[in-house]
Design a protein around this ligand. Sequence first.
Ligand code: AMP
Ligand code: FE
Ligand code: FE
Ligand code: ZN
Length: 295
Amino acid sequence: MYADLHLHTHFSDGTYTPEELAGHAARCGFKAVALTDHDTMEGCERMGAACTERGVEFVPASELTAQHDGIEIHMLGYFLDARHERLLTELARFQTVRVQRIHEMVSRLNKLEVPIQAEAVFALANCRAPGRPHVARTLVQGGWCSSLDEAFERFLRKGRPAWVPKFKISAMDAIQLIHDAGGLASLAHPGLNHADEIIPDLVAAGMDGIECFHTKHSTTLTQRYLEMADTHSLLVTGGSDCHGMSKGRPLIGSIKVPYECVTRLRDAVLKRATDNAPMLAADAASEGPVRDRQS
Ligand code: AMP
Ligand code: FE
Ligand code: FE
Ligand code: ZN
């Protein structure tokens, strides 16, 4: 029994609808999957329904853009409460800045005599968390670039003329936010960060897990992070990071994480809720007289 805990839909920079992705998950024989769109949970409701219909367990999640010591990292939040008020407020802030960033990228492209319009990017993205891939697709559709790679190489890659930095929250705030929303925080694809030295700080801040299995992790890297998980008593997560078709086939199915990882996440979430229950009850009791005084 296997799971894939890192997947994207068109609600961020993937190309599949939740229904298409859930279909792939079922065909791959996954027992559970998580949807981890960047800085949004917009697709979770549909993905949950589509998974349930196909007999696949669904884990509501998101991949938050964060930073620590000036290094960009992605923090995965699992079992998030998609209706948590502060989480929704924070996600809306990410999304507002992403929209502003598209305007800024388009304005830079316009100055480079590439007359695309922000509205065209938003129409193509059709989601609350637009990003560089949507600008790249607009450039290809308009005939300004012949491929997505060319769009990134010429304009959008860091240091290129239309590159605009992205809004990031601090890693500590990301971990706290994920916990407040009832979830567990796991560091996405540490092998791509080349910054293992920050991991102890993240562990000290209460990070719960680490993504050991990932398409871009070699066997050696996977082994290294499994050992690190053991050393720091972290939960193990992993997934394909599928964004749709890649080199003629979808990445989903290329990474199969033992289902036991999901069981451990679920147990940890339940334990956290139980541990917090007496605190919540005490909070409610102490709030009682205050409300009485006000009324
Ligand atoms: P953003 O979050 O707006 O900065 O966009 C980052 C996303 O762009 C990544 O998650 C990838 O999906 C995509 N990306 C980055 N570099 C490339 C590239 N060279 N070709 C295609 N997609 C890319
Ligand atoms: Fe992505
Ligand atoms: Fe990522
Ligand atoms: Zn991802």
